[in-house]
Ligand binder design. Structure first.
Ligand code: ADP
Ligand code: MG
Length: 693
């Protein structure tokens, strides 16, 4: 009876049909009922004098009926006047029966509950719940009334009764639900006990202020939010631990190969690049798989860092693979790596989903027999049919589309050689530090916090589209001077088809107005080869102007391009705009970014775009973006886990984040056995299994 892990059907009155409805609320076990927390509360624990009622407040009132009459306003209604000695209030009913109307005889006493609103007769309760009182008035509720998230066919009263049953199980057998956070840590981190929190949250004592409870500021809600964040962090750490129980090839050297590579570069590394490379080298030298994230603003030179790391692997007799999120980027990386590595006698292979037939078979053969030392491609690289001879390092560019599960899956790729590859993840989307610690608890983080010298910051202007002719003139002028430009067409919630159409329409228009220019068009519907051809032509300077959709967002590198127009910038996130803008300002000439908006621009959008005008610092922009859009959107799909939590809310509970890492570390140090049950409780069985090697 008191088995909290048992399915809800073990409770009285719960059959398959009801269990089905509960499942819609993610309630499967009896314990799940206990973690189904109220959305808000009603205070029915005391009777409020009418005189102290305020509009917008829910309250219980008690008084004597003075009169009841049917009134005709916009809608016919029954108006009952009630007095309690402190004041007078109206109860208003839009649906009522003659019998009901008869009940409200003058002198009758009643108790009602509802939300007070300012109505035609002063304060009114619309459709209150009510009961007529005889001499022995029943007591008021002895705790606040919880209002739960409900679902069709399963209403409050039913949910409350079920949760009451679960609470009774808990009362009679408290040991059935151990506190996930050991007592010693609760004391150290000043956290209330789990059972206390559940009791308070489901049955708050009458003197509890419901507002902080509902707003998540009460210590009992915060304890649960903290526990959930902790569970997420622990699960990421489990992923890390699980990957790192396997061995990796120690790659201690590579210095001489790296030195040969560096001498052929037309520049020397920045101090930040060298520092990050040292951190990577230290990881690679160990027989434990590296799990490292490199954050660096757009243009900070992450690709060269990736190449240097790849050379360590290659010098250590392993293969290296680099995965990019789009065909376009993969293609570009492939060209870069070929230009860099072939002079060093290193064979570079290319693999994407679009590579078919014999070329695909040949490439796979070269990857399997180890001729291809460096492999560049899209996620196709890490699919089941691709086998490496001896993969030592997997580099993932632009991590946000790559998740924990893929990270785990990568382990298998090294298996032929009995080894798990080192993992290096690169991102240009900086996220604020505390959020990063939670979101990337499975990764060590390095930051390239310096741009190569000689870059002039991009100047950004915000211009309404009435001034399009001026903008076009500016392109003409820039291209006449031998520079190149991008024109980026954006659309909301990309129907990719519409985005492509918009780009095509712009292309038609600009080809007509700028006949002297060579204009290219690139969008998601072109074949990979077509895209690559257009990009290559742009890179070679054969095209003056490139019309594009946001496919060019990440990584595209053409230093001679110094002007970018972004249409409808108000529709994109700040970080995304910053990424786009990072396509210019890569050479020594002064670069411009024109944000061409469609008026009217809301005050909010104006303020957002102003951030881009004022700063080119990706971290500041990311912080603003976080403020404006919230962490869920910002982290993107990779962290869907963090973005859809049960109790915690990254925005509301941001101040809890700094406490999570120390708590996780303390727990793993002194009570490692507590980790898995917590993960299972909050993330489910599957995540709980991460740790079972
Ligand atoms: P991102 O970090 O955005 O991926 P890239 O790796 O594409 O940046 O580098 C941007 C540009 O800067 C490239 O043209 C690259 O060759 C160049 N670059 C990288 N490192 C340096 C450096 N230390 N000095 C000068 N230019 C550099
Ligand atoms: Mg890049």
């Amino acid at each position: 009876m008191s088995d909290l892990d048992a399915p809800v059907t073990t409770l009285k009155g719960v059959g398959e049909a009801l269990a089905g409805k509960l499942a819609r609320l993610h309630i499967v076990s009896v314990a799940d009922l206990l973690f189904h927390l109220p959305l808000r509360y009603q205070d029915r624990t005391r009777i409020t004098p009418i005189a102290t009622l305020r509009a917008g407040h829910e309250a219980v009132v008690e008084g004597e009926v003075m009169a009841a009459e049917v009134v005709r306003g916009r809608r016919r209604s029954l108006l009952v006047r009630l007095r309690d000695g402190s004041g007078i209030l109206s109860l208003r009913f839009f649906h009522f029966s003659p019998a009901q109307q008869q009940q409200f005889r003058p002198g009758v006493r009643l108790r009602g509950f509802g939300e007070a609103r300012a109505g035609a007769t002063g304060l009114e309760l619309y459709h209150p719940e009510y009961r007529l009182l005889s001499d022995d008035a029943p007591p008021v509720e002895d705790h606040l009334t919880p209002i739960y998230p409900a679902t069709e066919g399963l209403h409050q009263a039913r949910l409350r009764a079920l949760i009451e049953q679960a609470l009774t199980c808990l009362d009679t057998a408290p040991e059935a639900l151990p506190d996930g956070i050991p007592a010693e840590l609760r004391r150290r981190f000043d956290l209330p006990a789990l059972h206390h929190c559940l009791q308070v949250l489901h049955r708050p004592p009458p003197d509890t202020d419901p507002a902080p409870l509902a707003a998540g500021q009460h210590p009992c809600v915060r304890r649960l939010a903290l526990e959930e964040l902790l569970a997420h962090q622990l699960s990421l750490r489990e992923v890390r631990r699980r990957i790192q129980v396997d061995g990796a090839p120690a790659l201690p050297s590579g210095r001489s190969l790296q030195a040969r590579f560096l001498t052929q570069l037309p520049f020397s590394l920045t101090a930040a690049q060298r520092r990050v490379l040292d951190e990577i080298a230290a990881d690679l030298a160990r027989e434990v798989p590296m799990l490292r994230l490199v954050q660096g603003d757009v243009g900070s030179g992450k690709t060269v860092v990736a190449a240097m790391a790849a050379l360590s692997a290659i010098a250590g007799d392993c293969q290296a693979a680099m995965m990019a999120p789009t065909e376009l980027l993969a293609e570009q990386h492939y060209r870069a790596f070929r230009a860099w590595f072939e002079p060093l006698g290193i064979e570079v292979a290319w693999l994407s989903g679009k590579l078919k037939g014999k070329p695909r078979l040949d490439t796979k053969a070269a990857i399997l027999d180890g001729r291809a030392r460096m492999v560049v491609g899209t996620h196709a690289l890490f699919q089941g049919d691709v086998h490496f001879q001896r993969l030592g390092l997997a580099i993932i560019d632009e991590q946000h589309r790559f998740g924990v599960h893929q990270r785990l899956a990568l382990r298998e790729k090294g298996e032929a050689g009995g080894l798990t590859p080192h993992q290096l993840v690169m991102t240009a989307t900086p996220i604020p530090r505390t959020l990063a610690m939670s979101a990337y608890a499975d990764l060590d983080v390095s930051v390239i916090d310096e741009l190569p010298p000689g870059r002039t910051p991009v100047k950004t202007v915000v211009v309404p589209d009435e001034r399009r002719p001026e903008v076009v003139a500016r392109i003409r002028h820039a291209c006449a001077e031998g520079r190149q430009a991008y024109w980026v067409c954006t659309l909301i919630e990309e129907s990719e088809a519409l985005q492509c159409q918009a780009a095509e329409a712009t292309w038609d228009e600009l080809v007509e107005t700028l006949p002297e220019l060579a204009i290219g068009l690139v969008h998601g519907r072109l074949k990979a080869a077509e895209k690559a051809e257009v990009m290559a032509a742009f890179k070679a300077g054969e095209l003056d102007l490139l019309i594009a959709t946001t496919v060019i967002e990440v990584g595209v590198d053409v230093p001679n391009a110094s002007l970018m127009i972004i249409e409808n910038p108000e529709r994109l996130g700040l970080s995304q705009l910053h990424q786009l803008r990072g396509r210019v300002g890569r050479g020594a000439t002064e670069s411009f970014c024109v944000l061409l908006y469609h008026p009217p621009l809301s005050a909010h959008s104006r303020q957002r775009l102003a951030v881009l005008r004022e700063t080119t610092d990706g971290f500041r922009i990311a912080e603003k973006d976080l403020e404006i859009r919230g962490p869920g959107e910002m982290l993107g799909t990779r962290q869907t886990g963090l973005a859809q939590m049960k109790v915690a809310d990254l925005e509301r509970d941001a101040d809890l984040l700094p406490r999570i890492t120390p708590l996780a570390e303390a727990l793993l140090a002194s009570h490692p056995e507590a980790s898995r049950p917590l993960i299972r409780r909050w993330l489910g069985e599957e995540a709980g299994r991460y740790g079972q090697v």
